[in-house]
Design a protein around this ligand. Sequence first.
Ligand code: ADP
Ligand code: MG
Length: 593
Amino acid sequence: MTIHVLSDQLASQIAAGEVVERPSSVVKELTENAIDAGATTITIDIRGGGRELIQVADNGVGIGADEIETAFLRHATSKLSSADDLWAIRTLGFRGEALAAISAVSRLTIVSRVRDASAGVRLVLEDGKIVAREMVGAPAGTVIAVENLFDNVPARLKFLKSVTTEKRLIDEFVTRYALAYPAIRFRLSHDGRVTFQTAGSGATADVLLAAYGPDTARQLMEVATLPREPGPSGGDRRAIDVHGFVSDPALTWAGRNHIQLFVNGRMIRDTRLTFAVIQAYHTLLPVGRFPMAILFIDLPPEEVDVNVHPTKVEVRFRDEGAAFGAVQRAVRASLMETAPARGLGSWSPGPSGGWGAFRPSGDYSDTPSAQLDIPWQLRGPEQERSIEGAPSASLSEAPEHRLPIMRVIGQVGAAYIIAEGPDGLYLIDQHAAHERILYEQFLAQRQGQQAASQGLVASATVYLSPSQTRLVEEQLPLLASLGFEIESFGPNAFSIRAVPAILTRSDPAGALAAVVADLENETPPLKSETEALVIKRVCKTAAVKAGQSLTREEMEAMILQLEACEVPHTCPHGRPTLIHLSAALLARQFGRT
Ligand code: ADP
Ligand code: MG
């Protein structure tokens, strides 16, 4: 084999492949350029999922006729001049690769006029070469049309997904940028039909409504900027600001791709930060379900390296731990403390009015599972009466994620409690509900102290395998702090002298064996997580089971206690504790509406 230098054309096609993988990457790069150009209106027209045409028009600063050819050279940019600038990047672009890359793999037409020029300039490029140039009348700003994408790169064409997939990815990119830049008016159309548009009102809430419709938007809660933590020297420890929106735990998705992160206005992918969001929902979501989040992480540009990947979707934080902690704290605080985003519930479609039209073009297999209509916002009539006379504004100060007041009607199948509330019927899973109640009571009583313990009249003996024995020995201090009094009783046996008080009526040996089985399955790395695991198991063991019939008094007591819970809608393992059949749903089902 002889070694030779690649032809210019081949070299630029290879380089282009890194930046423009697929139609949606072209949309992303052109949109980013428009945003960098200070546009307040960005109009995107797509045909054939981007293969036939991608056209992005903006009203930004435009490119001067004397510079337009330069813009298409590789590594030509107006956004960066020295190496130092790399650490202070405030624009989305900086590598100067996109226009060169896109023009190398398509037929590209650009028309651009700077505001104070008398005419605009029109340039046509094919396979990266200029084939036409003329001065034209044009509005201020830039229009770039990309046709025949990848026609000259058959290898790439083969890997393109279906038109539907490409459309979906384009929708995703555009919605995300619209969320990050609510002051810009976006309009996206596919094959001549407008599928998404925003008003450019500046309110992220308006864009959420346009992007996801009122049902989902209503279930998003605001993540507010937390007060900064003072550092050791008294000043700010890290100036990381996290704000945005996260979904109510009742709204879940099958995948984590609805967790959208932006760093300094740039859409990014980051598995660790995504995990930080998921972890903030700990015990609130069913296993295998994920929340939606739109989070804006803002920090000084020198704290983050954006030059990690040609597509600029990966970044590196100087202090990754600080970013992780900031995201997790902000989301957790929102879940625990703030009520569902105020006013979201009462929104009208807003001036953009486009939400009805926007439907993701792909078939999302992971549609939201919010049909259960769990009443986070409801307050019982009694509660409302008790604050009668108070100014109506204070109504919204009440914790809105609590349950409404419910009246017990009876029990079905010795497993579920039926209750009536202000808006229809509630079916409560007695076991899951009791688990939740015991879990919160346990945590509250404990507050870092020794948990209440109950001595056994006759000590119980539990026999374990050698490896289980070692596990128990390792965890003896933890088990003791939770109320177990255990002593070694021969080589692989333990004698149980006392158990956590809530286990008084359970089989002590069975309870310890269950704890050991859990620990065998997974012993989490952190002590606090191991503790949570054991507490959950203890509560599960102590909770009433399905099959136990309850007296009316017992059911009423349970409902009262569930109403008092911080997080009444799921058991500590994340399964729902209740199902709500609203009056409206019942009326619909009976054909009354
Ligand atoms: P980068 O965005 O990394 O600078 P690009 O190849 O995307 O590189 O663009 C090259 C240059 O062309 C930009 O730096 C900018 O000066 C100019 N440019 C591109 N698109 C636009 C636009 N829509 N409006 C104004 N200038 C633009
Ligand atoms: Mg660019």
